[in-house]
Write a new protein. Sequence first.
Length: 134
Amino acid sequence: MTAAGVFAFLVAATLAYITWQDLRWVGRATRTVFGEVRGHRVQGNESGDTYSMIVQFADDAGNEHIFVDGVYKSLPWLPRDAVVEVIYPEGSPELARVFRPRVRQSIYFALIATLIALLAVEFDLLPQPLASMF
C-alpha cells in the first residue's frame, strides 16, 4: 500500500466517524432555539491562542443548558451576550451545537473529494501528466 492508500484509509475513517456522529440526528426531530454567548474557552498552543464560544440556552421545558462550541477560531468570533441559533435533537439537549449548515456540507465535500483523489492516485486512474504531479 502506498502513501496515497494510507491517507485514503485515514480520510475514509474520518468520514465514517463524522457520519456516525451525524447519524444520531437523522430521523429525529430537531429543535431550534436561540442561545447566548456567555464567554469563550481559550486554548493556547505554540501558534497562539484559539477561542471557542460557551453558549447557554433553554430547552422547551425551560431547563438551562451550557455547551462549548466545537469550532475554535484565532479570535473570539462573537462577543459575550451575542445571540446565536442553536439546534439539538428533540429530547437530547446535550447534543446541542451552533447551527452552521454550510460548515457541515463543506466538511463532507472536502473529505469526499480528497478520498476520490487519493483513491484515483492509489489505483492509478489518473492520466499520466496529472499523475506525475502527485
